[in-house]
Design a protein around this ligand. Sequence first.
Ligand code: HEM
Length: 417
Amino acid sequence: MAGTGRTEIDFSVYNPFDIEFIKDPFPTLDRMVSEYPVAYHTGINAWLISPHDLVMDALREPRFSTRMSDWKDSPPVKPEPEWTLHDRVGQYSLLFVERTEHLRLRRLTNPAFSRRVMDKIEANIADAIAGIFDEIENPREFNVATDIALKAPVRSIARMVGVPPEAAELFEHGLGWNSVRAGNPMYSAAEREQFAHDTLPGLQYILDMVAARRAAPDGPGDDFIGTLIATEEDGERLTDMEIVSLIQGLVVAGADTAVDVHTMAVHALLAHPGQWALLRARPELHESAVLEILRWGAPGKFGGIPRFPLADTEFDGQLLEKGSFVMPLFSPAWNDAAKWPEPRRFDITRDHSGNIIFGAGPHLCIGLNLVKVQAKLMIEEFERRFGDTAKLTGEIEYDPLHFNARRMTRLMVATGA
Ligand code: HEM
């Protein structure tokens, strides 16, 4: 039975827009884990879940849906005749489709995200990352946040998808950043509608690109898009619209989230010279280093995909009502001392088994190999160019209004370049 008292909190306990929280969230994260493991936030109108093991349970919980229409306050859907290409593509989103459909989409998309395909495109991504470093105006002193971190994720996705250079701008801004903004609750409904409208040329471009590859006389090829087109399971294949939706989903889920891995990597490694030296001596630690950079950096303010209980559900002694908004929080879970001994110690040799850095269960991050590859390539390029000389300088500044990340806007480094 659920306990009698409902645990409620408000912005006085958890305010992810408070600059003091953004600069140093860790006392608040500890408090969430120990005092408010499952609590209803009356300012956000959502249940927040914080300890590592409970977040893991929530991510795997079959009684929680991610379909927007299962939320009791879900916004009304436009009538079908008014749908734009943006609305139609949204119907196939991995994040929000119903469970059986989600399983089918994941089965058909997983081969395109395998290490095999990623290894094939690693050289393209390395080239994109080197290009970003070449663009740094003053390599002797520069801002990692704007000169590297903002550019690397969306350009990596473009290289993964195989967008040709002449369409790079259309993909990066026309489709990429407009898609991210169209889903950003900090903008008004009218602004979001405008951003959605501005994605249309980019979406149409991708739709045409997929159709052309499908019709190519020598077959679709074995790169990322070719693999998506060719994958067949039990006689089923992805449709063109499903592939376009997936690519837009990658931009929405991956262009903004992965920005922080680059700033946090430079911050964490330069602030811990012993760990930086260890990584340079033992490159096989790169994968573990990326997990530790994210865990220690704790960039997220909220969670990933919201969950909506399909029926009234008891969870850790609280009654989560049917259709309520449930948010498993990642940053407190990644710093929960019950899972991570001495959580504030940055240690790239830490045992990360059982981690939920990229989630767990059916919605496990589909872009995790891309994140690991792009972060490794950025760190290697940084080391090649500035390894022995780079130093952090000045104060770190953050964007207090970013809706989901403790986003650095200024991370200055001085180098001997
Ligand atoms: C530092 C970077 C990233 C982190 C920490 C991260 C983390 C996560 C987490 C925790 C989830 C699960 C969310 C949940 O179940 O609530 C997730 C899902 C997802 N991620 Fe990532 N991610 C990152 C970058 C990316 C990138 C670069 C891409 C695409 C190229 C991507 C694509 C996705 C997609 C499509 C999903 C939803 C999968 C599904 O619903 O089946 N992510 N990510």
